[in-house]
Design a protein around this ligand. Sequence first.
Ligand SMILES: Nc1ncnc2c1ncn2[C@@H]1O[C@H](COP(=O)(O)OP(=O)(O)OP(=O)(O)O)[C@@H](O)[C@H]1O
Length: 343
Amino acid sequence: MTAVPALDVADVTKTFGGRRPLRANDGVSLTVPEGAVVGLLGHNGAGKTTLVNQVAGLLLPDSGSLRVVGHDVVAHPERSRREISVQAQANVPITGLTPRTAIELVGRIRGGSRRDVARRTDGLIEALDLGQWASTPAHKVSGGVARLTAFAMTAVVPGRLVILDEPTNDVDPVRRRLLWTQIKALADDGAGVLLVTHNVREAEHAVDDLVILDRGRVIAHGTVAELTHPLRSTLQLDVDLPPGRTVAWPPCATETGHDGLRARASVPAARAAEAVAWAQDAVDRGDLDRYSVTPASLEDVYVELVGAAGETGSPGGTHADAAETHAPVPAGHDADTTEGTLR
Ligand SMILES: Nc1ncnc2c1ncn2[C@@H]1O[C@H](COP(=O)(O)OP(=O)(O)OP(=O)(O)O)[C@@H](O)[C@H]1O
């Protein structure tokens, strides 16, 4: 028998009314198994929060079904809500409390015993390196500490489905690493984690599966390895230029980006040796400060898939038109792959 997933979303459509109806979710399907972290990526206005709000029972879908640990969210919102912990995009105000009392309070409200909640609170404060602010009044803590406190409030007595909406916002790079470890630990302890983020680079190392939304539609899903598979025969050549220099790429490289003193090109994997020889030579001559050659990252795939979405999917937008438009597929790649599914 297959285990019931923490979250099962099937063919969900949600349209916001008005003179120009806007289809914020358009036939969205995704699954979050227990014990896994699933990343939900997408540009501003892609429809991520709309989906999360329907999972949490705050919005009704027009059609399709949402099930949390098997409970139908629309028919039995009270049952599904009991199984969910949500860290919303905006922090819940905790004025009058300290990080420690806020975490403990939520733990008790969610039914944890005094002893378990105290132990788990201590563990999270230590794991997230929040000790020095644990007893500081909430109005005096920084944005990053407030964000980490909001995560700990979600994780202190987690549901079987944990939804984290941009949990790393405002968090410094060192504590962000600690946070990713705790996010993975939630899944290791058996929860299904739906992680909403723009941070493709970090998500790459933290998620088991990814779903990419573009203008309300799922345009790709799969593991990082599956999604990057179409670009397996392409390498990225990144170079740092000394001030005042321009780059003269070798024949094997095609420039894909230039930003101040940094430039990037794609190189066929079969010509990697040629690219490295050129770059090393350029460093020796002083034409380049340094270089790196790396396999295509999830970010490269993401940019290929939705790179233009920042223009086309702007908030306030064009979803009604976009609903009639087919989502982009990387040039030169098949619409269906045997690994990640692009649709
Ligand atoms: N209550 C609402 N009424 C009308 N339109 C809405 C409403 N809520 C969201 N929208 C629109 O639906 C679209 C999807 O919004 P949503 O907040 O789900 O996107 P998102 O992917 O979460 O974006 P972001 O990353 O910026 O948070 C946007 O165009 C937004 O303007």
